[in-house]
Design a protein around this ligand. Structure first.
Ligand SMILES: O=c1ccn([C@H]2C[C@H](O)[C@@H](CO)O2)c(=O)[nH]1
Ligand SMILES: [Zn+2]
Length: 135
């Protein structure tokens, strides 16, 4: 699956967004190491802070089905420029995806920003920080 195809898959995820409050659908497509695509959409809640973003939906779906190795992520929304993942998603992406993994941020106009996990969250707090902590 190439980046263009993955960005198309992100649009499929977007079509399922549950966004009665913001009316701002977002889609994500997460490619696993063995070639499986996990789609994500944002899922809002009347308790607004319980909303789950598209990126985290895709990651949590994959992890909950036993997949934790990923090779690329695409995110799409109807934004002026390429969509910008929120801080919470950047942290969760950093937990499961390698620092050099490509992330394709796009919009419905076809603007594409190719970035990496490390560029999205420089200096991320990582599993190693916890697991290798000294007492
Ligand atoms: O990268 C992003 C940015 C925002 N949202 C969602 C959260 C909320 O439902 C709506 C407006 O913030 O968009 C995402 O899913 N991903
Ligand atoms: Zn987010």
């Amino acid at each position: 699956m190439n980046p263009t195809q993955l960005m198309e898959e992100a649009k499929k995820g977007r079509s399922f967004a549950y966004v009665p409050y913001s009316k701002f659908p977002v889609g994500a497509a997460l490619l696993s190491k063995d070639g499986e695509v996990f789609h994500g959409c944002n899922i809002e809640n009347s308790g607004y802070s319980l909303t789950n973003c598209a990126e985290r939906t895709a990651i949590f779906k994959a992890v909950s089905q036993g997949t934790k190795q990923f090779t690329a992520l695409a995110v799409v929304a109807d934004t002026e420029g390429p969509v910008a993942p929120c801080g919470a998603c950047r942290q969760v992406i950093s937990e499961f995806c390698a620092p050099d993994m490509p992330v394709y941020l796009t919009n419905l106009k076809g603007d594409v920003q190719e970035t990496t996990v490390a560029e999205l969250l420089p200096g991320a707090f990582t599993p190693e920080d916890v697991l290798h902590a000294t007492e």
